[in-house]
Design a protein around this ligand. Structure first.
Ligand code: MSP
Length: 650
């Protein structure tokens, strides 16, 4: 069986988790899930990096001992991942005994083989980076990252003969074009290796200066340099050297990091492995930064994005989808709530949500909610099936290459294609003309493709995918899926299975109102608006309106494709109306006292189509449904015979 081992960086515990950490871990989770669906055995590792100066300083600042401090923040990271539906197989902490043992074991091996020596070293030490800088590397005498003047330190330390492996590493990278990917980072590393002699790596810190670290097995007065310690976590978790996991998964090791830690992963780590007699990892996969208004997120700039807040506001599915869709893997991407809302509304609510809502509701209307049996295939069916095959092939190929944005873009060819397929095949006309066999085929083609889409989306939006499949009457078990086969296999959706009435998995959202910049002013505005609202209505003229006034109204007929009760107001219904536009409109209607959602589904209604959209109890309403209130209740205005959705009332 093929295997896949995916790791995230182990995060420093001197800061709380933010969007950047969430991104890497969500990508790792999506990859683990994708590879599971591709019938591979997977192992997904994340954890925390808990030694070094930085941690000691952070603990001191918080008035805690290092151990107390790391326990607290590590637990915070650990607790975050299930909330983001990240299902790691192990969680490693560098303060665990198992890790201390592995680091000491490897240090001893490298020491015994003669690749570690004791020497004097003087250099500019930056506490923020926990490393020495050479004169050449400083910018105006300052650390390029922290913009602080490093301290000149001269002391005796242990060194790893990294320079010895420069030529080997260069050759390995050249011989294995996808050892480091995407290519820009491979080129960056090759040019680093070309730019001069690789220096040996100082791998110890005297205990006189730092005790919070792993003691060197061959000198009790020193602890291990935090990077030499941290990188080894990837082996510890596999029970190196004798564990089954190590034998099975190390040959399939995929590290996932952002560009900030390219050098330790692309240069220190492979040379360390070589010196310890261990095969190099399979791939190093490097992504860019999430920027906020073109700047890197940082605590000091106060622009740190908290992943849980976003998840709570927009839902986990939208959040995960956005992260994978928006960033081109390898390049930087800008984070903004506007962009997230844009994607949610366009890709999820309009394209995907609409497809589900329309199709489920038509299946109920035309086939009593049961999957119909398809009959003969026509040209439109063959065409959409071909679009589907291409979309799935692209999705799988791109996902395997870590090109998530292109993968999703590819899959959306099918989502949009299916919405068009509905317009072209016009199921409502087929029904009207009594072409029930053709109608059955059309609905089946839609439902089977929707099943395929839902399965493919499991790595990205596990929760939504499982819900979509449940709506299609399927109890999803990832172990039974073979994604590669989905491209060509047709007809796994069984006929006669009962499906859900409505979907509404991705309701449209609006950006939260910006905080008013001047609260006095806004209070004044609110007061005057309230006064206006309460004032008695002025009767203008003789009560007649001009014809031009009537012409201002855009009244249209639409077909109700989905109805549910407003989540925050049980007298209101959220009615999805197909108006012949690209997407159905949502109208919030005060009809819940008179109609059950099922009574309205499939009905044609008259809608004031150009009423200014507004929000009613946080839900967007894009029009008004016309109805007549009588003593007995409420009657909807509806055409005598079914008309094409979007027809104008004049
Ligand atoms: N402890 C080291 C890693 C040791 S791995 C053997 C470390 N920790 S860190 O907490 O600083 O995490 C860095 C990683 O967090 C990045 O490589 C990336 O995965 C993620 N990100 C942090 N900020 C990020 C962005 N602004 N954008 C994208 N990812 C970011 O370095």
């Amino acid at each position: 069986m093929e295997r896949f081992y995916i790791t995230t960086p182990i995060y420093y515990v001197n800061a709380r988790p933010h969007l950047g950490h969430a991104y890497t871990t969500i990508v790792a989770d999506a990859l683990a899930r994708f590879n599971k669906l591709m019938a591979k055995e997977t192992f997904f590792l994340t954890g925390t990096d808990e030694h070094g100066d930085k941690i000691v300083q952070a603990a001191e600042k918080n008035g805690m001992s290092p151990q107390e401090y790391v326990d607290g923040i590590s637990a915070e990271f650990q607790a975050l991942w299930p909330d983001l539906m990240c299902e790691n197989d192990d969680y490693i902490r560098t303060t665990q005994d198992r890790h201390v043992r592995t680091v000491q074991d490897i240090l001893q091996k490298v020491y015994d083989s003669g690749d570690i020596y004791f020497g004097e070293y003087g250099g500019h030490y930056c506490y923020g980076c926990e490393r020495f800088y050479t004169e050449k590397e400083l910018e105006d005498g300052k650390c390029p990252d922290h913009q602080t003047v490093p301290e000149y330190i001269s002391e005796k330390n242990y060194f790893f003969k990294m320079s010895k492996y420069q030529d080997w590493l260069k050759e390995h990278i050249q011989k294995n074009p996808d050892f480091i990917r995407p290519e820009r980072y491979r080129n960056e590393v090759l040019s680093l290796l070309d730019s001069g002699a690789l220096e040996d790596l100082c791998i110890s810190r005297p205990k006189s200066r730092l005790t919070w670290g792993i003691e060197l097995p061959f000198d009790k007065d020193y602890v291990t340099y935090v990077w030499f310690d941290a990188l080894i976590n990837y082996l510890t978790a596999l029970n190196y050297p004798d564990g089954e996991l190590y034998k099975d998964f190390w040959p399939a090791a995929n590290h996932l990091v952002a560009k900030d830690i390219l050098k330790p992963h692309a240069i220190f780590w492979p040379t360390m492995l070589k010196a310890a007699g261990i095969e190099p990892y399979q791939h190093l996969n490097v992504h860019g930064y999430w920027l906020v208004k073109d700047t890197k997120m940082s605590k000091s700039l106060g622009n740190v994005i908290e992943p849980l807040k976003l998840k709570d506001t927009y839902g986990l599915n939208a959040f995960r989808y956005f992260l994978l869709r928006e960033m081109s893997f390898g390049q930087d991407a800008s984070f903004s709530e506007e962009a997230l809302v844009g994607r949610l509304n366009a890709d999820l609510a309009n394209d995907l949500g609409n497809l589900f809502n329309r199709t489920l509701s038509m299946t109920h209307k035309y086939f009593e909610g049961k999957v119909p049996s398809p009959v003969d295939e026509e040209i439109e069916d063959a065409e959409i099936k071909q679009i589907g095959r291409e979309a799935m092939k692209t999705y799988q190929a791109m996902f395997s290459e870590f090109k998530f944005s292109r993968a999703l873009e590819g899959l959306w060819e099918l989502v949009r294609g299916l919405n068009k397929y509905i317009d072209i095949t016009a199921p409502w006309t087929l029904k009207k003309n009594g072409e029930m066999e053709r109608l059955a085929t059309v609905i089946y083609v839609l439902l089977e493709n929707m099943r395929k889409i839902a399965v493919h989306l499991w790595p990205v939006m596990p929760e939504a995918s499982e819900n979509m499949l449940q709506q299609l009457g399927i109890c999803f078990d990832p172990r039974k899926v073979d994604l590669a086969k989905e491209v060509d296999v047709w007809g796994l959706l069984e006929s006669d299975v009962e499906i859900a009435k409505t979907s509404n998995l991705f309701p449209r959202v609006e950006l939260p109102e910006p905080e008013p910049s001047n609260s006095m002013e806004s209070a004044k505005e609110k007061k005057s608006a309230k006064a206006k609202k309460n004032a008695p209505k002025q009767q203008e003229g003789n009560g007649f309106i001009e014809f031009e006034d009537f012409q201002k109204l855009d009244l249209r007929v639409g077909t109700v494709t989905g109805v549910e009760v407003h989540p925050d107001a049980d007298r209101l219904l959220l009615v999805q109306v197909d108006m012949g536009e690209d997407e159905p409109r949502q109208v919030v209607a005060g009809l819940a006292d008179f109609f059950a959602p099922d009574d309205l589904n499939g009905k044609q209604v008259v809608v004031v189509a150009n009423l200014k959209p507004r929000k009613l109890r946080k839900q967007l309403s894009q029009g008004m449904i016309l109805a007549v209130k009588t003593e007995e209740g409420m009657q909807l205005l509806t055409p005598m015979d079914e008309v094409v959705p979007g027809s104008k009332v004049s």
